[in-house]
Design a protein around this ligand. Structure first.
Ligand SMILES: [Zn+2]
Length: 163
């Protein structure tokens, strides 16, 4: 399942990527280009714009009524029956399937040495798992996946935490 989000959904996009969903996003983009990418790349358009979803060439979309990104995310998870439970219960698997929050590319496992020059010394010393974006090179480590985000999402989705 692949998404394209309109320019009003920047915060939501980061969270979809953290959950590992391929989501393209451009802060400034013409409606016609947005619709073309959705069609050509077979992506589901996520939008807050009720006018935009009337476009004839649009195939799949979800019109989001909510302002809050967490509420938007809950709507998407419900609408497309996304299986996020397992990912969220386990911080490790959650991080493993994440995409880069900046550029949407997949993350590769790398060694500590590979990213030594890119991460703070404290992180280098204390983290055990490192990943790096295959697109922009941004380094990720254990702590990058915001624990607060995971907990909040478990809570709003009413998923009981693992024992
Ligand atoms: Zn990246």
């Amino acid at each position: 399942m692949r998404f394209i989000a309109d320019s009003m959904l920047g915060r939501l996009v980061r969270w979809l990527r953290l959950l590992g969903y391929d989501t393209v996003y451009y802060p400034r983009i013409e409606d016609s280009v947005l619709l073309r990418i959705a069609r050509e790349e077979n992506r589901i358009l996520l939008t807050r714009d009720s006018r935009l979803v009337k476009a004839r060439e649009l195939r799949q979309f979800l019109l989001l009524e909510e302002n809050d990104p967490f509420d938007q995310l809950r709507s998407i998870i419900t609408a497309f029956n996304l299986k996020v439970d397992d990912k969220l219960k386990n911080a490790e698997t959650a991080a493993a399937s994440s995409r880069c929050i900046i550029c949407n590319a997949v993350l590769n496992n790398v060694s500590r040495e590979d990213v030594k020059s890119l991460v703070p010394e404290y992180v280098y010393q204390t983290s055990t798992i490192f990943r790096q974006c295959s697109g922009c090179g941004k380094p990720y480590w254990n702590g990058t996946h915001p624990e607060k985000f995971r907990k909040k999402l478990l809570e709003i989705l009413h998923i009981p935490p693992s024992p």
